[in-house]
Design a protein around this ligand. Structure first.
Ligand code: PLP
Length: 371
């Protein structure tokens, strides 16, 4: 593509992170208190990783340092034209005290794809992974035990000070980390979802398959509508026919049928979830048929009524798998599997979580051991 960024994939030149441990880390007592009930996304570790990009210099200044504010000029490009992308993955503490990352190479690749679509400089994949590993190493005391995990948030912003509308010539890539507790206490409760008939999330040629902040900004009104209708989450339909199920605001969806097969919406306008991809692999390995195929809201309703559809669930890194219990829309509500968590969803969830925590064999080479 015609952008003049230094997009060399070989990251070996930039792998030397300058490690500057914080002079004022949180005390052990305070950290223990924070880790007792961290919730999601409000508690942060002591450090962050940063790499900068300048069109003239390429990638430079890789470092791990004390987590701190970014000074930003009010004319910084990201504040005006939203050239921003992010990722989400977790570090899991194993029973033997070691630490696992789950498919960070897939996040690194998707981050490059996102950068490409948003006309941003592409961070070499080895640098993305090294930044994460260095941060996990220095902040490993922040990884909760049990079924908690350390949520990692790599992101990149356009940092050039310029109000012209064009791809920024400067970027800041950073990784921050946030300990999270068990997403669901006492196992995942089925969620209720609202079918958005007023808003769409993505169209062909748009940014639906990219993890950019703007997609989330555009989904919040629909999510607020879902909450106003007493639902936990919104589900979007396709932008052309307004019939085909796409995905939730931040999770992919699966349907389970009475013949044991699964289906999930095809890639294109949806976000290519790593959890989605892993579930497809696990289900196929177990001998199930998995179709990546378009499925309408009318068919979903009819199949739930006839009993052909047995289960439905949402999936993503944060919550792994959430069974869908109730579907609500302006044209009526329906219940799935009597509103309780299904066996297939819960079985896949356990398989995936056991691999992530190192309790089950990693047959697919998904685990990266952070030494
Ligand atoms: C991140 C995300 C997902 C889930 O992706 P995972 O890689 O499984 O975490 C699904 N949908 C959207 C819109 C997302 O942003």
């Amino acid at each position: 593509m015609g952008l003049s960024f230094d997009n060399k994939v070989d990251g070996s030149v930039w792998l030397n992170f300058d490690i500057q441990p914080s002079a004022h880390p949180v005390s052990e007592t305070e950290r223990t208190a924070k880790l007792a009930d961290p919730g999601f996304g409000r508690v942060f570790t002591d450090h962050m990783a940063i790499v900068r990009y300048d069109q003239a210099k390429g990638w430079y200044g890789a470092r791990v340092e004390s987590r701190a504010n970014f000074p930003l000029d009010p004319a910084t490009a990201v504040l005006h034209y939203a050239q921003e992308i992010f990722e989400g993955l977790k570090a899991y503490k194993r029973a033997d005290g070691g630490v696992n990352l789950f498919r960070p190479d897939a996040n690194a690749r998707r981050f490059r794809d996102s950068a490409d679509r948003m006309a941003m400089a592409q961070l070499p994949e080895p640098v993305f992974i090294e930044a994460i590993e260095q941060l996990v190493r220095i902040d490993r005391a922040w990884i909760p035990g049990g079924d908690g995990s350390l949520y990692l948030r790599p992101f990149m912003i356009a940092s050039e000070v310029f109000l012209g509308v064009k791809p920024s010539a400067e970027y800041i890539f950073a990784v921050i980390a946030s300990p999270v507790g068990s997403y669901f206490k006492g196992g995942p409760a089925p969620v209720s979802i609202w079918v958005s008939e007023n808003y769409t999330r993505a169209a062909i040629g748009g940014t639906g398959s990219v993890k950019c902040g703007g997609n989330y900004a555009a989904s919040l009104r629909a999510q607020a509508e879902a909450i106003a209708h007493g639902c936990d989450q919104v589900v979007f339909l396709d932008a052309i026919e307004r019939r085909y199920i796409e995905e939730l605001g931040g999770m992919n969806v699966f349907f389970v049928f009475d013949d044991g097969s699964l289906s999930t919406p095809p890639l294109g306008t949806i976000l290519p979830g790593i959890t989605r991809d892993s579930i497809i692999a696990l289900a196929r390995q177990a001998g199930r048929t998995v179709r990546e195929e378009a499925y309408t809201i009318e068919q979903w309703r009819a199949d739930a009524a006839s009993g052909k559809l047995k289960e439905a669930f949402a999936c993503g890194t944060a919550a792994v798998i959430s069974p869908i219990g109730t579907v609500r829309s302006a044209s009526g509500d329906f219940t799935i599997n009597g509103g309780v968590a299904g066996e297939v969803a819960m079985g896949l969830r356990k398989q995936l979580v056991d691999i992530q925590y190192g309790r089950a064999e990693d047959k697919h080479g998904w685990i990266r051991d952070v030494a």
